[in-house]
Design a protein around this ligand. Structure first.
Ligand code: ATP
Ligand code: MG
Ligand code: MG
Length: 362
C-alpha cells in the first residue's frame, strides 16, 4: 500500500521505516517546509501535498496537531474522523472526553482569560496545576499554584491564554499504556510502562510484563477501550496515568492522551515482537494484530547533549537511536534501550545514564 505521513520528525521517520519493513511505500510531508520527502533523504520530491494525497491509499500523522487545510485536503484518506483527533490538541476538549467516557481524571475547570482565572484561583482551597489549552508539551505551558500564593504573576502568564486549572495530584508514580485498535475494533496493549519525568520532560521508561499490578493493567485497558471506542480510533494511542493511593488500594487517574505513537513506547523497538510503529502500520494497512510479547526493557531519553557516548554504541546491551537533530538543551535527540532483568536493575541503570545523556533546559 501507499502511506503518506504528516510530519517528518523522529516519530514520522520511525513510522516510515516500519511501513517499508512491512512492504509498503511511504512518503512524509513536512508541515514545517511544506515539502514531500521520501524516507532517509534530505532531497524533497517535486510533488505537491495534493498530489501526494492523491498518490496515497492512507494518510496518518506523527502528531495530532494537523493543520486544518491539510485535514481538508486529505479527509477521504484518514481512517477515522480527523476532527475528533485534532480536537484533542485542546486540553479542554481532551478533559471533556475523559468526563464523557467516565474515565477518572484530575478534577478540572476551564478558564478563558485573566478574569476567569482570577476567579478560579480565588475560589480554590487547594494546589492547582494550570495548563495552557493549546500547544504544551514536555511540561511547557504549565504553572503551579498554591493557595494563598500571590496570583498576580500567574494572571500575567497563565492568564494570557485560555487554559485549564486542575488539582495537583500527589501521585505515587506515573505510568502509561500504549496500545492499538484496528478497523475491526480489535485491541492489543503493551504492559503498563513506568515513566519518570524530570522538570516535566520524560527522562526514562521501564516496561516489563506483570511489573505493574494486574489490577492496574486491567483498569488501564478498560479505559483504553472506552476512549478509543468513543473516538472510533484506528491505530496506536497512548494514555498517561497517575497512580494514586487510597488506603491500601491503588488506582489510576488519566493525565492526558496522545492519539499516536508515543515516546514512552520507544522501549518496544528493542523489547517486543512488534514495536509500536509496526503495530500502528498494521492498523493502517489492515494486517492482523499479533499477540504482543515483551522483554523487560529500559528506555532512557537522550536530551540536549551533543552525542551518545561511544561506550554505549559499543555495548551489546544498549540499543542506541539518534534522531539527527540539532542539539539544544531540553530537546529530545535520541533514546537508548536496555534489556533488563529486574525493575531495580532498570532503575539503577537509568539513574546512572540519565544524567550523562540529558541536559535539560533551566
Ligand atoms: P508531554 O510531553 O507528556 O505531552 P505535557 O507538556 O503535555 O507533557 P503533562 O503530561 O500534562 O504535560 O504534564 C507533564 C508532567 O507534569 C506530568 O507527567 C506530571 O509529572 C506533571 N503533572 C502534570 N499534571 C499534573 C497534576 N495535575 N498533578 C501533578 N503533577 C502533574
Ligand atoms: Mg502532552
Ligand atoms: Mg504528558
Amino acid at each position: 500500500m501507499k502511506v503518506l505521513l504528516i510530519g517528518d520528525g523522529q516519530l514520522g521517520h520511525m513510522l516510515g521505516r516500519s511501513a517499508i519493513q512491512q512492504g509498503h511505500y511511504c512518503l512524509l510531508y513536512s508541515t514545517r517546509t511544506q515539502q514531500v520527502m521520501p524516507l532517509a533523504s534530505t532531497e524533497s520530491l517535486a510533488l505537491s501535498l495534493a498530489e501526494a494525497v492523491a498518490w496515497a491509499d492512507v494518510v496518518s500523522w506523527e502528531h495530532e496537531d494537523v493543520p486544518a487545510d491539510i485535514i481538508e485536503l486529505a479527509r477521504s484518506k484518514f481512517l477515522m474522523d480527523p476532527e475528533k483527533i485534532t480536537a484533542l490538541t485542546d486540553r479542554r476538549s481532551e478533559k471533556q472526553l475523559f468526563d464523557d467516557c467516565q474515565v477518572p481524571t484530575s478534577p478540572w475547570q476551564a478558564f478563558e482569560n485573566e478574569t476567569e482565572l482570577a476567579k478560579v484561583l480565588e475560589q480554590s482551597p487547594q494546589a492547582l496545576v494550570l495548563k495552557a489549552a493549546r500547544g504544551g508539551y514536555d511540561g511547557k505551558g504549565q504553572w503551579r499554584w498554591q493557595p494563598q500564593q500571590n496570583a498576580e504573576p500567574l494572571l500575567k502568564s497563565a492568564g494570557q491564554q485560555a487554559g485549564i486549572a486542575e488539582h495537583l495530584i500527589p501521585f505515587e508514580y506515573e505510568v502509561s499504556l500504549v496500545g492499538a485498535r484496528d478497523k475491526q475494533g480489535n485491541i492489543r496493549c503493551y504492559p503498563l510502562i513506568t515513566n519518570v519525568h524530570d522538570r516535566g520532560i520524560l527522562s526514562y521508561s521501564i516496561a516489563g510484563e506483570g511489573w505493574v499490578s494486574e489490577h492496574l493493567q486491567a483498569q488501564a485497558e478498560s479505559y483504553f477501550e472506552s476512549i478509543t471506542k468513543a473516538l472510533d480510533y484506528v491505530g496506536v494511542l497512548a494514555i498517561e496515568f497517575f497512580v494514586v493511593a487510597e488506603g491500601n488500594e491503588q488506582h489510576l487517574l488519566v493525565n492526558e492522551i496522545a492519539p499516536r505513537v508515543h515516546n514512552s513506547g520507544h522501549w518496544s523497538m528493542s523489547g517486543s515482537n512488534c514495536d509500536q510503529f509496526g503495530l500502528h502500520m498494521r492498523c493502517l494497512t489492515g494486517l492482523p494484530l499479533p499477540d504482543l510479547l515483551c522483554a523487560p526493557t529500559l528506555m532512557v531519553n537522550v536530551i540536549g547533549v551533543e552525542t551518545i557516548p561511544g561506550e554505549l554504541w559499543q555495548a551489546a546491551a544498549a540499543d542506541c537511536h539518534w534522531y539527527n537533530k540539532q542539539a539544544r538543551p531540553g530537546r529530545k535527540l535520541g533514546h537508548v534501550n536496555f534489556i533488563i532483568d529486574t525493575p531495580e536493575r532498570g532503575r539503577k541503570l537509568a539513574e546512572f545514564w540519565a544524567p550523562r545523556l540529558q541536559q535539560l533546559a533551566d
